[in-house]
Design a protein around this ligand. Structure first.
Ligand SMILES: Cc1cc2nc3c(=O)[nH]c(=O)nc-3n(C[C@H](O)[C@H](O)[C@H](O)COP(=O)(O)OP(=O)(O)OC[C@H]3O[C@@H](n4cnc5c(N)ncnc54)[C@H](O)[C@@H]3O)c2cc1C
Length: 222
């Protein structure tokens, strides 16, 4: 994508705009860079997998259950999410992913994997918090460790209640490449007639209505 003053050039042709709003999620950094916005930031994707609860154990969980946040860890940790259909998911784990859409082991890996790997290595060397996460989080891939965290929240849980699920998610985490810090909040930048929503990590979905109202109020020219 290439950005001009009032048009963009995409693979599908040119598009004119009066005001450009970038809310491209996992691709928001690359879109922003086309406009000269968010230049010190890059996304590093983290993959998380979930497990699910068998019945009747699933019926024990009547709502979502979250742990008290550990302020040293930007990830929430294993929690229980009850869906509208009554399925209960446990997770996620969090390990660096090798692509913005690397949902499988290899599926979704692309040439950007090498760049991402390089950013991961830089972060591992330069940021103590990232190093802690990178060493701590993979332990949750061991069932015993995953289960221990889950049982802290639901004491009656038994290992046989838990089974694998195909649900996987990728958290596109923004990193400040100058300070080597993980960005811990939403970030919005305006350049000319373009507004860029960067780092729309959780709870961007839950707060989407008030977040959108705030963006419209503070960043959209009247
Ligand atoms: C497993 C998981 C669990 C989560 N749980 C919660 C939760 O419980 N509560 C919560 O609040 N949040 C949760 N989140 C976070 C939430 O999903 C995100 O904060 C939210 O989806 C961000 O919304 P968005 O519209 O900014 O980005 P997205 O939902 O990612 O939407 C971006 C859109 O832009 C499109 N796009 C991308 N690139 C381009 C391009 N170049 N051109 C055109 N279109 C493009 C994409 O196709 C997509 O439709 C969770 C995330 C994950 C991964």
């Amino acid at each position: 994508m290439k950005a001009g003053r009032n048009f963009i050039t995409t693979k599908k042709g040119d598009l004119g705009y009066g005001l450009f709003i970038n809310a491209a999620g996992a691709y928001s950094d690359t879109v922003a860079h086309s406009f000269g916005a968010g230049m010190t930031y890059r996304l590093i994707p983290f993959k998380g997998i979930y497990k699910t609860l068998k019945r009747p154990a699933a019926d024990l969980i009547r709502s979502s259950i979250y742990p008290v946040p550990n302020i040293r860890n930007p990830f929430l940790g294993i929690h229980f999410t009850r869906s509208v259909h009554g399925e209960v998911y446990l997770g996620p784990t969090a390990i660096p992913a090798f692509g913005r859409e690397n949902y499988g082991i290899l599926k979704g890996m692309d040439p950007e994997a090498f760049v991402i790997l390089w950013r991961d290595a830089l972060m591992f060397l330069n940021n103590r918090k990232f190093r802690g996460v990178a060493l701590e989080e993979p332990k949750k891939y061991l069932f015993a460790s995953f289960f221990r965290d889950a049982r802290k929240l639901v004491k009656d849980l038994r290992p046989e209640d838990v089974e694998d699920s195909p649900k996987a998610g990728i958290r596109p985490q923004l990193v400040n490449m100058e300070t080597h810090e993980l960005v811990m909040d939403f970030l919005v930048e305006r350049v000319g007639r373009s507004v860029h929503v960067l780092n729309s990590i959780s709870p961007a979905f839950t707060s989407s209505m008030s977040f959108a109202a705030m963006v419209a109020d503070q960043y959209v020219p009247k």
